[in-house]
Each structure stands twice: as C-alpha cells, then as structure tokens.
Write a protein that binds this ligand. Structure first.
Ligand SMILES: [Zn+2]
Length: 311
C-alpha cells in the first residue's frame, strides 16, 4: 500500500518507476533499470509486512535504503556495488563492480592504480528466495608499475566473492558441496534446482571429491584383500582399517613387493588380517615381520563350510 497523501512530484515520479519495475517483472519481461535512477529521488523505502513506504527514514531508524538492502544480499565483506538490476525469465541479474580504487599485483604484491581495461565475468550466486541470481562482475585489468616485475598487467582478484576463474561464488560452492555430501549427485542436483540454485550431478560430485581427506589416526590393525579394478581382468589390493571399518588405501596389484613396501611405510601396523594367498603372506613377512598375521573371518567360515561339506 502506497502512502499517497502529501506526495511531492519527486515522490510520485519515484513511485511510478517502482510500480513499472515490479509490473514488468511480474509479466516476465526483461527489465533493466539503473539503480541510481531507481533511487535517485527519495531512495528510502522499507518493506514491512508488504507495505512500501516512501517516507524518508528518520535518523536512527531500522529502515534500509534500496541500495543498502540489495548490497546486503551480496556476498558478505565483498567490496561490490550494484550498477543495474535485470529480471528475466531465467532469474535476477545484478551487474556489479568492485569499489576499491587499486589492486595488488599477484606477482610482486605491490598496489597499482593505472587501469588497462575491464571485462565482465559471470558468477552464479545464491538465489533470492527461489529466484536464481547471476552476478556479471566487472573486473579490471591493471598495469603493474613495479619496474622489474615479470607481469605487465594483471586482473584484480576478489577473494571475498570467488576464486580466480570460478563460475560460482564461494558461498554457492559451499552450498553445493554441503548438498552433495548430504544427498549425493543426482538427488542433490534436483534439490538445488527446486531451491533456484545451479549445480549438475557431476558438479556436486566434483565438489565433494575436491574436499580434503579427513584427518585420521594411523591404522594399527589392517585387513588385506583383493580389489577388482575390472572384474575378472585387473585386480589390486584394498587395505582396510579394522578399527575404523573403512578403506585407507588401494594398491595397484597383489604382489608381495607392493604389500611389503606399503607396510614398511606404515610401521605402526601391528595386526594384519588376510586370506591364505602366498603373496600376502610373503609381503607381510617382508614388510612387517613383527606384525601378527591372522586369517580373516570370511575365509575361516568358508574353509569350515568346505570341510563340513566334504565329510
Ligand atoms: Zn607486479
């Protein structure tokens, strides 16, 4: 509801701009309104229980300007300003630019001010509600003024927003990683799509695989067994931590030399459970002569069953 009483000409003009913006956005037409024009007159409005007010905010009020509201939704701590906003059928597009006046050369770390050129790189960001958001970020290329630096020009970095060459903001990547860990690739991708976030099955799996391995204590009791890279054709050896019940390594083959080399690199191993293969027995004897070798349960039960059936 617009408080239309006692509106000045500037307030009426501002109301017309805002109403036109939202009307066009409702009908899914492309809208591109410079934010400076949108907030040029009385740029103070607050959204409180769906009531849009045009009254200037009194000093100390909790109301926010349109600029402050939109900027608050950008990645936190990012030195960005919004140039234009556009609503298309694919979502919201915010043209943003870096506000700092200089950048540091990544080679010599010295600050530089002379600008060489600029271009836009598009980053996917977290959605607003469930509306997808794209950030075409205008980044600048600077001349490096250090005489003996190997670089002549360099592109400014914005680590608060995204790593170099990334196509998604850091906070979106974090969300994709968490979703991939919780739901996996395909289900995670469907969940992200419902929330207005990009991320294919392969993207989620790639994010999860890039996570560093969790720290774990060195294994003391391990199990050795065959591991088929290609069933019936190529096999290696899997090493399992019997205390934590999880694989700790995959060896390329099943030879005694490979097993012995792995055990020599892990002198903390004191117990090895294995089948009756000669290669494993020899490898453990060479690599960990003091370790206790035990027959694994599965093979014990198998041999017991075979003996009973033979009687
Ligand atoms: Zn430099």
């Amino acid at each position: 509801m617009l408080q239309s009483e006692k509106l000045t000409w500037e307030e009426c003009n501002f109301a017309r701009i805002v109403a036109g913006f939202w009307l066009l956005a409702t009908f899914r037409k492309v809208v591109r309104v410079p934010l400076s024009q949108l907030v040029s007159c009385h740029d103070v409005f607050s959204i409180d229980a769906l009531v849009l007010t045009l009254e200037p905010a009194p000093a100390g009020s909790a109301r926010m300007t349109c600029t402050a509201l939109c900027t608050a939704l950008l990645p936190p701590q990012a030195p960005l300003s919004i140039e234009t906003m556009a609503m298309t059928e694919r979502g919201m597009t915010l043209d943003v630019a870096v506000t700092t006046s200089q950048a540091h050369c990544p080679t010599c770390t010295q600050p530089s001010t002379p600008m060489h050129s600029n271009y836009r790189r598009t980053l996917a960001d977290l959605p607003w509600a469930t509306t997808p958001v794209q950030l075409p970020l205008r980044v600048r290329r600077f001349w490096c003024e250090t005489p003996h630096c190997a670089r002549q020009t360099f592109t400014e970095r914005v680590p608060q927003v995204a790593p170099c060459s990334a196509r998604a903001t850091t906070r979106l990547s974090t969300m994709q990683t968490a979703t991939g860990l919780a739901l996996g690739g395909a289900a995670g991708a469907r969940h992200l799509a419902r929330q207005g976030m990009p991320g294919s099955r392969n993207t989620l799996l790639r994010r999860v695989r890039r996570l560093p391995a969790p720290e774990a204590p060195p294994p003391r009791a391990i199990g050795l067994d065959d591991w088929a890279k290609r069933k019936g054709h190529t096999s290696g050896t899997i090493v399992v931590d019997l205390d934590r019940h999880c694989p700790v390594d995959l060896l390329e083959d099943r030879t005694a030399e490979t097993v012995a080399a792995w055990l020599q690199a892990h002198p903390e191993v004191t117990v090895v459970a294995r089948d009756r293969a000669e290669a494993y027995a020899s490898g453990v004897t060479q690599g960990a002569p003091d370790a206790v070798q035990v027959a694994d349960r599965w093979h014990l039960v198998q041999h017991l069953r075979e003996a009973v059936e033979a009687e």
